[in-house]
Design a protein around this ligand. Structure first.
Ligand SMILES: [Zn+2]
Ligand SMILES: [Zn+2]
Length: 217
């Protein structure tokens, strides 16, 4: 059995999770990337890295200089760094990020796609998640639980609410959590519950809303 902290070639397991009935491990690769990997892929030895191993094996090691103006994500090459190359390291370049910051980056890091901004890309992503209140705690948020619960009630014959939902032909028509959230918004208070306005209607745009037991919206 795979446990946390086990190493499979370049990958170290961090946390187990399930998606669509399959077991996955959130892994950290030696290159620093984190990636969700199927458990059977780790067990069988089919997956050895986040993908960097394959890229390294197949990429032609290039010593050609990177031209000024070349773009790597948010970064644009401004000039070759003046300082001499350290042994074992690639040529350094100065690059301007779209946010205006100037950073120094090694050529092979750029070529490997390991740096695509000054760091603002990660920060923006994190901010976006925080803004929605669905950061690390995504899968425990009341909105996600309501989404998941409603989906299960429609699709999973083992779900408690299935006999009154899926078994009656009520369908879950939201393609993703994001679309669902965009329709219903955040739960206004813990006394609000996800409700279908037309009890015989499906879970779909226009028919779901947060409502209190007393019927307040
Ligand atoms: Zn990697
Ligand atoms: Zn930036």
């Amino acid at each position: 059995m795979i446990r946390r902290g086990h190493t499979f070639s370049r990958l170290t397991t961090l946390r187990r999770t399930r998606r669509d009935g399959r077991a996955y491990w959130f892994c950290e690769c030696r290159c620093g990337r984190k990636k969700l990997i199927r458990e059977d892929g780790l067990q069988s030895g089919a997956v050895l890295s986040c993908g960097c191993l394959h890229r390294e094996r197949t990429s032609v090691v290039s010593s050609r200089p990177i031209p000024t103006g070349a773009r790597f994500g948010r970064l644009t090459i401004v000039r070759r760094a003046a300082s001499p190359t350290r042994p074992g390291h690639g040529q350094e370049y100065q690059a301007r990020c779209v946010c205006g910051r100037i950073v120094r980056v090694e050529s092979q890091i750029l070529r490997a796609g390991r740096k695509r901004s000054c760091g603002c890309l990660k920060r923006d992503r994190w901010k976006r998640q925080l803004r929605h209140g669905h950061g690390r705690r995504l899968h425990r948020s009341p909105e996600y639980l309501a989404f998941h619960g409603a989906k299960a009630a429609c699709l999973n014959p083992d779900a408690q609410r299935y006999p009154r939902t899926g078994a009656l032909g009520i369908e879950f028509l939201f393609a993703s959590f994001e679309r669902f959230l965009a329709q219903v918004g955040m739960r206004p208070s813990p006394s609000h519950r996800l409700t279908r306005l037309d009890p015989d209607g499906d879970y779909e745009v226009g028919n779901v809303q947060w409502i209190t037991r007393k019927g307040r919206r």
